[in-house]
Each structure stands twice: as structure tokens, then as C-alpha cells.
Design a protein around this ligand. Structure first.
Ligand SMILES: Nc1ncnc2c1ncn2[C@@H]1O[C@H](COP(=O)(O)OP(=O)(O)OP(=O)(O)O)[C@@H](O)[C@H]1O
Ligand SMILES: [Mg+2]
Length: 323
């Protein structure tokens, strides 16, 4: 369980579900989650890696008031044949080594079955699952007997389902059956105002003092977070490790980001990188000292505002304060 997040006026009340973010996107998403949770239809949760799909799946189960368990399977981790026997169970003799055993569908009776990385579901399993959803009965592999299958299906997808259908990886009938309710999680680069909220959320969870939001935004600006929230959380953990017993500073935070091939302003050599790093910290410091007024920061640095903008851009220092 996550402790309560410090409330601030532009973040929203998803803390009971462990979700932090700006109200602009999180409020409608939470509303969707709360309304979808109590329905008895499948839900597809889409979003890039690390955007919170599993968090949403857990929230949907917790809010569903179902008494059964949440049972999860990562489809990408097993071969298609194993996925089938894991999900449906087996009857002894169905194939070599097969024993009498229930599958995860039976285990999820009265609860939720969460299929992670569901893009990888084979057409054969899609069609078998479709039948289970239609009839609410399941048959173990190699068995004739049918058993009750009353569970709620949740699917996590890193790609939009339309693409899977277009590329013929997903059957059209399966897609129609499971995508009536689709919850889309935006990538972190489209909600950069969440970066300071998430950093402070993690700091407070770890019992560390929070940092001013503007300073976090500036220190981490210029990165587009391909690993989304998961990547950001790892950056904070790395920074806390680097800081050791000392306070976490914004320059340590910035140093913890693994910047992808950023083209250095002063050449790719050791000297060029050192000059870039020094220029970045001088600019960040000047902006902090000037209360983020760029004209005052430029004056302190002895350059024009126009030059400051140009330098910041070249050094990957874009400011997304989101407020
Ligand atoms: N809005 C959020 N608020 C707080 N923590 C979040 C938020 N979104 C994601 N996280 C955290 O980020 C991490 C990654 O989230 P999660 O595992 O749900 O991502 P995912 O979309 O399932 O990724 P993948 O596709 O790689 O499996 C988790 O530690 C999760 O708790
Ligand atoms: Mg996941």
C-alpha cells in the first residue's frame, strides 16, 4: 500500500490507488477506472512500457468488489502452447506429462484474470478465450467436462489493439469482444508536469524531504522518458543512492538520468562534455537564483535572453513547469 500523497491543487485524488498525476489527465482516467471497475465486461488497458497499466489493472480489481482473487499471467513469458495449458488447465493424458490440473481461468473464479502483454496471445488462444467469454464455461485441455468460468478479463497492451488487428496478429472477433472498454495511459512525455509530482511522491514514500517542483522540472528537462514512469522512479532511486546520507540535490538528480545520444554542444570529447555539464549547471543555478525569471538569469550569466534560450535548447534544457 502507498501512503497518502501530499495533496497539491493540480494533482488529483488517485493516491488511494497509488496513482499520482496532474488532474488534467488523471481525473478523467480515474473516473473511467471507477466506472469500469464495477462492470462485468473485459477491459483493455493500453500504453507504452512503464505507464502504469499494471497499476490500473490492480485498481480495477480492487474497486470491482469481486470476492475472488486477481490472477495474472504474462503472456509473453511463455510459448503459445504453455499459455493455453496455463490458462485452461489440463486433463491427465492430454499430452505427454499432462496431469489433472485446473488452469488460471478456474483459479480466477469470482475474481479477475489479468493477461499482461496480451499482444502476444496466439489466434488459437484468442478463439478459445472468446468461447469462454461467450459461454462462461471452460474446458481443460483434453477434457470433455465443462466448468464454470465467471471471471473478469483485463488485458494489458503496449500497442493499440487496432494495430494488432490491422497486422492480423489479433482476430477481429476477439478484438470486438474485449475492446469495448479501453483505458489508454498517456506516455510521460505528454504529461511532463507529472515529473515533479512523481519525484516528490517517491521522495515522501522514502521519508525524504521533497524538492521544489520547479527545480525538479528544470533538472530533468530535455528528456523524453522512453521508459515512462518506471524509468523516472529508477532515476530517483539512483539519485538517492548517489546522494548517500547527504541531501538530494537537483544536480545529482539530473546526473542520474541516462541521456540518450544527446549531441554535445562543445564536441563529443571529454572536454566538450565537461564544458556542456558546467554550462548546464551554471544555467540551472542562475535560473534557480533568479526565481525562474529568464531575463534576470540571463543578466546574471552575462548573456542576452535570446542567447539563454538558444543555449538551453542546445543543452537539452527545456522547462516544462506545467503550472
Ligand atoms: N501514475 C502513477 N503514479 C505513481 N506510480 C506510478 C504511476 N504510473 C506508474 N507508476 C509506477 O511505475 C512503475 C511501472 O508501472 P506499471 O508496472 O504499472 O507499468 P506497465 O504499464 O505495466 O509497464 P510494462 O508495459 O513495462 O509492464 C510501477 O512501479 C508503478 O507503481
Ligand atoms: Mg506491466
Amino acid at each position: 500500500m502507498f501512503p497518502q500523497v501530499h495533496s497539491c491543487e493540480d494533482s488529483t485524488g488517485g493516491s488511494d490507488l497509488g496513482m499520482v498525476g496532474a488532474a488534467r489527465w488523471l481525473a478523467p482516467l480515474l473516473d473511467q477506472v471507477r466506472r469500469a471497475a464495477v462492470l462485468d465486461v473485459p477491459v483493455a488497458i493500453t500504453g507504452e512500457t512503464g505507464t502504469g497499466k499494471e497499476l490500473v489493472a490492480t485498481a480495477l480489481h480492487r474497486l470491482s468488489r469481486r470476492t475472488g482473487p486477481l490472477v495474472a499471467l504474462n503472456v509473453a513469458s511463455l510459448s503459445a502452447q504453455l499459455v493455453e495449458s496455463e490458462l485452461f488447465g489440463t486433463r491427465r493424458g492430454a499430452f505427454t506429462d499432462a496431469t489433472d490440473r485446473p488452469g488460471l481461468i478456474e483459479a480466477a473464479e469470482g475474481g479477475t484474470l489479468f493477461l499482461d502483454e496480451a499482444c502476444e496471445l496466439s489466434p488459437a488462444v484468442q478463439s478459445a478465450l472468446l468461447r469462454v467469454l461467450e459461454t462462461r464455461r471452460v474446458r481443460r485441455v483434453g477434457d470433455r467436462e465443462e466448468r464454470s468460468a465467471r471471471f473478469r478479463l483485463l488485458l494489458a497492451l503496449q500497442q493499440p489493439a487496432e494495430l494488432l488487428v490491422r497486422d492480423r496478429r489479433w482476430r477481429m472477433d476477439f478484438w470486438h469482444r474485449v475492446s469495448a472498454i479501453t483505458i489508454e495511459l498517456p506516455p510521460l512525455r505528454e504529461r511532463l508536469e507529472d515529473v515533479p509530482l512523481l519525484v516528490n511522491h517517491l521522495l515522501s514514500r522514502m521519508g525524504r524531504p521533497q524538492l521544489p517542483r520547479e527545480e525538479i522540472a528544470l533538472a530533468l528537462s530535455g528528456h523524453d522518458w522512453p521508459g515512462n514512469v518506471r524509468e523516472l522512479l529508477r532515476v530517483v532511486e539512483r539519485a538517492l543512492f548517489e546522494a548517500g546520507d547527504g541531501p538530494l540535490t537537483t544536480s545529482v538528480l539530473r546526473g542520474a538520468v541516462q541521456w540518450p545520444g544527446h549531441r554535445p554542444l562543445n564536441g563529443n570529447g571529454q572536454l566538450g562534455r565537461a564544458v556542456d555539464a558546467a554550462a548546464r549547471s551554471a544555467i540551472v543555478q542562475a535560473l534557480v537564483d533568479a526565481g525562474y525569471r529568464r531575463s534576470a538569469a540571463a543578466a546574471a550569466l552575462g548573456i542576452s535572453v535570446h542567447q539563454l534560450y538558444r543555449r538551453m535548447k542546445a543543452l537539452g534544457l527545456t522547462v516544462h513547469l506545467g503550472v
